[in-house]
Unconditional design. Structure first.
Length: 269
């Protein structure tokens, strides 16, 4: 009887251990550029995920062996995401972050994405508290994107009136005429808007009407932007690690969505 009890106890302990054991997926992080946001994102990720299950490699040093050994591939920056699009393995979990325009790149809805923008609901809720007299918010962009639509919906949700301000090569020099009808302008991050010459012209034009300018980039405060809602890159890395550690989310409808990182940082001049 004692032998049977000992065997039963051993099997019970073994079963308990098997349920508590966590299998971590092997993660490959591709660095498209050696920038501070990339470094902070990686540091945040490694603070939350076992280093022995994670490999970080620069894009120009990537090889097929590293890709084959990984369960999860994370592309950081647009350059890395473009490589992932061209070389991805459909049986692996493919993710990206720090990508300027994933829809223009053709990866939106194909991989798991983490936006360069914080949650717009929270952004415009905070903005409304800071500027209670603002009624109309102009959304300045060149190409329509997932972010423009999300911001449009969030501005309305917060009781403000969104006004779409699309700039292109034809109306660029005349966009300032539309600025008179709004109280604040949100700058989206696309190539035309962020071109330095264009950026300086737009900010000067908007400031001539004494309008508030909002952005998602801290660096634009140096150019005259009033308020920046910036992704906390370290927290972004932690968020990505936690999503992978859950595992369960990979089998849901979330797989091809883009997530807006929170918490974020609010910075003013």
């Amino acid at each position: 009887m004692m032998k049977f009890y000992n065997v039963f106890l051993f099997l019970l302990l073994l079963l308990s251990f098997s349920f508590s054991y966590t299998r971590y997926l092997n993660v490959l992080i591709i660095k498209g550029k050696d920038l501070q946001p990339v470094k902070l994102t990686i540091n945040g990720f490694l603070s939350e995920y076992p280093k022995e299950n994670c490999t970080v490699v620069e894009l120009d040093k990537l090889n097929s062996d590293l890709l084959n050994k990984s369960d999860v591939v994370i592309a950081l920056t647009s350059e890395a995401a473009f490589y992932l699009k061209q070389n991805y393995h459909k049986e692996k979990i493919n993710m990206y972050a720090l990508v300027l325009m994933p829809d223009a790149l053709g990866i939106l809805g194909k991989f798991i994405g983490f936006s360069i923008y914080p949650p717009f609901d929270e952004v415009f809720s905070d903005f409304k508290k800071k500027y209670p007299n603002v009624k109309k918010v102009g959304l300045l962009y060149n190409e329509k994107s997932y972010a423009v639509q999300s911001a449009f919906d969030s501005v309305k949700k917060n009781g403000l009136e969104p006004v779409l301000l699309q700039v292109d090569n034809f109306n660029f020099k005349y966009i300032s005429k539309s600025i008179a009808n709004v109280d604040a302008v949100y700058f989206f991050s696309d190539a035309m808007i962020l071109d330095e010459e264009n950026l300086l012209f737009l900010i000067k034009s908007i400031k001539s009407y004494n309008k508030i300018i909002i952005s998602s980039h801290r660096v634009l405060l140096q150019y005259g932007v009033d308020l920046a809602y910036v992704v906390d890159y370290y927290q972004l890395g932690k968020m990505m690690a936690l999503y992978i550690k859950k595992n369960s989310f990979l089998n849901t409808d979330n797989t091809y969505k883009i997530f807006f990182p929170s918490p974020f940082v609010v910075v003013s001049k």
